[in-house]
Write a protein of this length. Structure first.
Length: 461
């Protein structure tokens, strides 16, 4: 009926315009009948379209009225069902208790009761309310869309599903607890919301183990001092580990932080961070750790260390070596010596540990001796009378190192010396014609004589 009325209105509107434009009515033929009026008129589709185009070019006000009359709604409003939409949320894997690092997939399912002829495009938003929040917020910045044909019939219902790649974990949460998810669905005119899907987000706290202070028993301020601890976290979170250094009054001097993956150790090297200087010599320190996975902050108990010994400066002379024999045989004794003294006028005497190491290509950095000496402001000689070499060192060059527990005038802790020439190539200690050599030959002859007697008697029998 509407189409018939629309056609009649078009004819009423365009006939005058066609006449004004000199359009040919009656299919382009002449009017029939006699000389008077009363003749019938006809028009072709081409002329009708031309008349509409002319009306548009002339901005005829009747054109808008024509548009409204010809408009047909894309769906039948009275048959559009808005009450029986169904929607729901599911999570894969099906586990509603999660840690912040657990990965999952949120699936939205919408049931549309309308047939495809009158369906509308649906716009789907996922909304979340995190722990401590009082309102929902949108997760996806651009709505998911379900087109009219994107449904399948399941048990007599038109169902369509979509996912939200914007939410696959809760790694950014700063608090744990219940998280509510819901759907917001719109067809551009009507809106619906699903029931909330509630998830329980939990946090398992990290732990620090194997706290150790790696340092000499009584280190100096610039000795290698290393704070080490192992970090574990059952949730696999990144962990902030902070070392707090305290003075002897338990006041914090400074702190340093590292971020690490669980399962790894954290090391704070005192020399790298510049924890101590010479003014700290003779002082005692303590330390503790704080650590956090972004949710909870925990701390360890206070541990002792380091106890820095008072640092002094000693003076050392060039080291020397004197072999027992100028030929420098490997089996002989050698005297290694070093002149030393204490240069600190405030300390009349200082205990210093002095160690000797020898090196040959066959035996590099061989520990030869160590002793604790007391140094005063007067120069004294520290010496080692030792036999440091073996037969494998014959005909080889050698060097030696004195190491001491305090720093010298050059801020060093060792002094290097070298032998004046290689060790003698001789392998045995005695000459061919010597008492020991003759004794060996006589012993061999005696053994041979006894053996011959035994053999002779055996054959005689």
């Amino acid at each position: 009926m509407k189409r018939i009325l629309a056609l009649l209105l078009i004819l009423l509107l365009i006939l005058p315009m066609a006449a004004q434009c000199g359009g040919v009515l009656g299919g382009g033929g002449a009017s029939s009948g006699g000389g008077g009026g009363g003749g019938s008129r006809q028009t072709s589709i081409d002329n009708l379209l031309k008349a509409v185009k002319d009306a548009k070019s002339q901005s005829n006000p009747k054109l808008e009225e024509l548009k409204k009359l010809l408009y047909i709604e894309p769906f039948v409003t009275k048959n559009y069902d808005t009450k029986n939409f169904t929607m729901g949320l599911a999570i894969e894997p099906d586990n509603k208790t999660l840690t912040r690092n657990d990965n999952f997939r949120i699936i939205a399912t919408v049931g549309n009761p309308n047939p495809i002829e009158i369906r509308r495009v649906l716009y789907i938003d996922l909304e979340v309310m995190e722990p401590g929040e009082k309102a929902f917020r949108k997760v996806n910045s651009v709505p998911q869309m379900i087109m009219n044909g994107e449904y399948e019939v399941v048990n007599g219902k038109n169902l369509s599903s979509t996912t939200f790649p914007e939410l696959t974990s809760f790694s950014d949460l700063k608090r744990v607890g219940p998280v509510a998810l819901r759907l917001h669905v719109s067809d551009g005119k009507n809106e619906w919301q699903s029931e909330a899907l509630t998830l329980d987000i939990i946090n398992r706290q990290p732990e620090l183990t194997n706290m150790t202070l790696q340092a000499p028993e009584r280190p100096r301020f610039n000795d290698p001092i290393n704070y080490f601890v192992n970090v574990t976290d059952p949730d696999g979170d990144l962990v902030n580990v902070t070392l707090h250094l305290l003075d002897d009054k338990k006041s914090e001097l400074r702190n340093e932080t590292q971020i690490t993956m669980p399962g790894k150790g954290v090391s704070f090297a005192a020399n790298q961070y510049g924890f101590f200087d010479k003014a700290d010599s003779g002082k005692n320190f303590t330390y503790y750790y704080t650590f956090s996975d972004g949710i909870a902050v925990n701390n360890t108990s206070i541990e002792d260390g380091p106890r820095l010994r008072k640092s002094v400066t000693i003076w050392v002379d060039k080291p020397t070596v004197t072999p027992e024999d100028a030929n420098q045989y490997w089996w002989e004794s050698y005297n290694f010596s070093l002149n030393m003294k204490n240069q600190d006028p405030t300390e009349p005497s200082v205990p210093v540990t002095v160690s000797l190491f020898t090196s040959t290509p066959a035996n590099p950095h061989k520990s030869t001796g160590s002793k604790v000496v007391t140094l005063t402001n007067n120069e004294s000689t520290v010496s080692f009378d030792v036999k440091p070499f073996g037969v494998e060192d014959a005909n080889q060059t050698y060097s030696y190192i004195f190491e001491y527990s305090e720093y010298d005038q050059n801020q060093g802790s060792q002094s290097l010396g070298e032998g004046s020439k290689p060790l003698n190539a001789k392998l045995v200690r005695y000459e061919l014609i010597s008492g020991l050599g003759l004794g060996n030959i006589l012993a061999l002859l005696l053994l041979a004589f006894l053996a011959s007697i035994l053999v002779e008697r055996r054959f005689y029998r």
